[in-house]
Design a binder for this molecule. Structure first.
Ligand code: TYD
Ligand code: MG
Length: 452
């Protein structure tokens, strides 16, 4: 009998080792190694190797951009780079309960309405549970098939039999192949099952969506290699306390990355937010000290967000610094700059920063917004609600240019803002300047002069 060969795999990152280790040398996680069976390629499998083709001159290869299938949602199509590409594999990750199953069931329903036969494979829920969710989102098409199955061999057989126009596997961690002895959800199983599904997708041209669980640090559970194997990686962001959900493209072989789609979770599933700026500004308190609006870029699109700050003298001991939605280190740096350059001594003050609506922004352009909000609250002076600000702040208090300034100004103008404080380096002379009073500044000192 052939001896079973085993190796130890880190369940967090997929690192492989011949002996058990307490701490993973690759991702530094503790207690993640599990013994799993490794299989050498068995000759019977080689018939499954699909690409047995001769090399072709690139000019002879036919590939049409128009072959994309629309998801029926503008926001989703944008993230995918214009629709679903045939034979593509997409990995969808996100926290539990964020709406992964809901989103993909909605996409399949939309495809079914276009008279395409689609398949939803689930290993997490019963068919009844899917039906109940389907009722909420209005999925009732005869073209939408539901399969409750976790055995990879059965899943691939059904896909071959039905040859649907799209497949969703919810989730890849529940799928297991009998070719491996290890438990479902282990690194080996996830890698093997997704590999087979991706191969099948490439061979048949059927696009597959794999739903992936995330680990506690937010990355997709199982080997990082999974992200390399698929064509597109999407994350659904948002938090349970807020209704908005952002679908973000992390990797896309068929379109721009870092593109986002904005959705709102409603009773009837996810609904598209076509004007996110208005969505995030609905509850803005006009005329209150400590609030300012920044045009931020999410992928290629501008979204106006409101930054709020509360600066209060510390009652005892260490001042508290809390930043929600922005990088706390960035806030500390800006506090230091304000102290040194503007003479605003915030060091014995508690400082709270929040981005309204629960969205997270991580770009230097919001520096000016953070400074403005903190200064406003510290001085107790409201900022004119018609002002929008953006720009990066350097260590000497200089204001640095950022990307896509014109698009940001246009978005602010569209939302009715009349004045914009921005870096001096902006030099475009276009139609934007007529609608907007542009105040170009060199350093943070000038900012305060113009704000109050
Ligand atoms: P779900 O898609 O099951 O999340 P995931 O697959 O990412 O774990 O979404 C579950 C959450 O969404 C749940 O808290 C209920 C909420 N929800 C709505 O608010 N409205 C709806 O129409 C649906 C279907 C779900
Ligand atoms: Mg789910």
């Amino acid at each position: 009998m052939k001896k079973i060969r085993t190796q130890f795999f880190c369940q967090n990152c997929g690192h492989q080792s011949s002996k058990w280790l307490g701490k993973c040398p690759s991702c530094n996680e503790w207690n993640q190694f599990v013994e799993e069976e490794v299989r050498s390629i068995d000759p019977a499998m080689s018939s499954e190797i699909p690409f047995n083709e001769a090399p072709l001159p690139i000019e002879d290869i036919v590939a049409d951009e128009k072959e994309r299938i629309s998801t029926g949602m503008v926001e989703m199509d944008r993230v995918l780079g214009g629709g679903i590409v045939n034979g593509s594999a997409t990995l969808v990750g996100g926290d539990p309960g964020i709406g992964k199953s809901t989103l993909l069931l909605q996409i399949l329903q939309n495809l079914a309405l276009q008279n395409l036969k689609v398949l939803y494979v689930t290993g997490e829920e019963s068919a009844k549970q899917i039906k109940l969710r389907g009722k909420r989102i209005g999925a009732a098409s005869g073209n939408l098939l539901v399969l409750v199955e976790i055995a990879l061999e059965n899943i691939t057989r059904h896909i071959k039999d039905i040859s649907p126009k799209a497949v969703v596997v919810d989730s890849i961690q529940t799928v297991y192949t009998s070719a491996l002895g290890s438990a479902p959800g282990s690194v080996g199983q996830v890698r093997e099952s997704s590999g087979k599904l991706i191969l099948l997708s490439k061979k048949t041209g059927i696009p597959v969506f794999l739903i992936g669980h995330v680990t506690k640090d937010g990355s997709i559970a199982g080997p990082k290699v999974l992200e390399h194997m698929v064509d597109t990686v999407l994350y659904i962001e948002g938090d349970s306390g807020h209704a908005y959900r952002i679908v973000r493209g992390i990797k896309n072989r068929f379109g721009p990355t870092n593109e986002v789609g904005v959705f709102e979770m409603r009773d009837s599933g996810l609904s598209e937010v076509s004007n996110p700026s208005a969505f995030f500004l609905t509850e803005r308190p006009e005329g209150a000290a400590g609030s300012v609006v920044v045009p931020s870029m999410e992928g290629t699109r501008p979204i106006l967000i409101e930054i709020q700050s509360l600066v209060n003298p510390t009652n005892f001991g260490m001042p508290r610094r809390t930043a929600i939605g922005v990088d706390p280190n960035r806030v500390s740096l800006l506090v230091a700059v304000m102290d040194k350059v503007c003479g605003l001594h915030l060091s014995n003050h508690d400082i709270f920063i929040n981005v309204a609506g629960g969205i997270k922004v991580n770009e230097p352009a919001i520096d000016l917004g953070i400074v403005s909000a903190m200064a406003g609250s510290f001085l107790d002076r409201p900022i004119d609600p018609g002002i929008a600000v953006f720009g990066e702040v350097g260590l000497t208090g200089e204001i640095r240019g950022i990307s896509q300034m014109e698009i940001r100004i246009k978005e602010a103008a569209r939302m009715g803002f009349t004045r914009c404080i921005l870096p001096r380096t902006f030099s475009q002379v276009g139609s934007v300047e007529k609608k907007m009073d542009l105040i170009k500044i060199n350093n943070v000192k000038e900012l305060l002069e113009h704000l109050f």
